[in-house]
Design a protein around this ligand. Structure first.
Ligand code: MRU
Length: 366
């Protein structure tokens, strides 16, 4: 999508320098920094420390990490070790395991001397496939927004609430939850987005708000606790969120706080949609609450916040008393009964074993 009018992806291969580049998201929206990732260790740090984040982008970054490592050491042992060190970086987003398995299955049967080129080629494909999946999510999600708009007065705004950043920065391009918003905006349907700030790391305030600003999509930043109130007062027509892992039965794991939004949505008859490319489905698990590992992050993310300081630099302040420990589960699970529908690249389905099986009949349910 656009940054100051120029097209960007969140990760790309610079053919002039032969290096993989990313937008270092830790500094947004206050500073736009692009960095090279040239070693496996740099990829590990970039994912673990959230220079890049968002399930689909984590997967694509891992694929490029494998490719860069193959250029250094393409042995069987290196493939196995690379799977391990990258897989350890973040436990919840399933796209990471999906991309590492995909790369490993491709590379292992191949002669060593062919692996580096094949790995880079496949990493490009994974990135491109993500872009196309997300574009199609937008095409399908647009139909839901059109239906809501058709029930309103001509020109009346469709209000959409989203949580965290499931925007283009969380993917290679388009975003998942944001793709239908962009498509509606481009189709001339007036949309307005309620952007949850998304404590503790404020991905909504820092990233989604920046994305909306950059494309002139009307939006307001709200605190995480405002959604229920807005729904009670008829100010939310639908919710669209992303997901880090969706089970074969349709439970949805996403950024902490998503579950509370789904509860409020159900209590107020607000449709609650989840947008996801198919690599975000974990076909090996059924019960999200019982089976999905939830990442616990450092408590400093809760006790401190980062922002632009009075002198214009980006810095951090402590907001809690000295000595108060923070608790920081990074994700929660929304049971499928609270999900109106899953917006995938193939279309919209029920969040149920039957709905997912009908949409992806080639998959064997776990
Ligand atoms: O911790 P993060 O910033 O990686 O969490 C991101 C999310 O929770 C997104 O909603 C999810 O990855 C879907 S991204 C299209």
């Amino acid at each position: 999508m656009k940054v100051d009018g120029k097209d960007f992806r969140s990760i790309w291969y610079n053919s002039d320098t032969g290096k993989v580049q990313i937008i270092d998201q830790r500094w947004l929206p206050h500073e736009f920094r692009v960095v090279d990732l040239t070693t496996r260790a740099a990829f590990v740090t970039a994912i673990a420390d959230m220079w890049v984040r968002g399930a689909p982008l984590i997967g694509a970054t891992a694929a490029y990490g494998v490719a860069v490592e193959m250029a250094r050491d393409a042995s069987d042992a290196s493939i196995v070790e690379t799977w391990d060190v990258l897989h350890e970086t973040r436990p919840t987003a399933i796209n990471l395991r999906w991309a590492l398995n995909d790369m490993t299955a491709l590379l292992m049967p191949m002669p060593e001397e062919e692996r580096a080129a094949a790995a880079m080629q496949r990493a490009h494909e994974i990135a491109d496939e993500d872009v196309e999946c997300n574009r199609m999510i937008g095409v399908h999600g647009l139909e839901i927004i059109k239906d809501i708009a058709a029930k309103k007065q001509p020109g009346e705004v469709v209000n959409i609430l989203t949580h965290c950043n499931a925007g283009w920065l969380a993917t290679v391009d388009w975003g998942t939850a944001t793709s239908p918003m962009y498509h509606a905006h481009m189709a001339g349907i007036p949309v307005h987005i309620w952007v949850d700030e998304t404590r503790p790391r404020n991905q909504g305030a820092l990233l989604t708000a920046w994305e909306m600003n950059s494309h002139d999509i009307p939006h307001h930043l709200i605190v995480d606790n405002a959604g229920g109130h807005l729904m009670q007062h008829g100010q939310v027509d639908m919710v669209i969120v992303g997901t880090d892992r969706t089970t074969a039965h349709g439970d949805v794991c996403n950024k902490i706080g998503t579950y509370l939004k789904a509860l409020a949505a159900q209590d107020n008859n607000v449709p609650f949609y989840v947008a996801l490319p198919s690599p975000t489905i974990d076909w090996t698990v059924k019960d999200g609450v019982a089976e999905i590992p939830i990442e616990e992050r450092d408590d400093s993310e809760v006790t401190h916040v980062q922002g632009k300081l009075a002198d214009g630099t980006v810095g951090e302040v402590q907001i809690s008393p000295d000595g108060t420990p923070g608790g920081n589960p990074a994700f929660d699970v929304t049971p499928r009964r609270l999900v109106t529908g899953l917006i995938t690249e193939r279309g919209i389905c029920d969040a149920s074993p039957e709905g997912l099986a009908a949409m992806f009949p080639e998959r064997v349910l776990g």
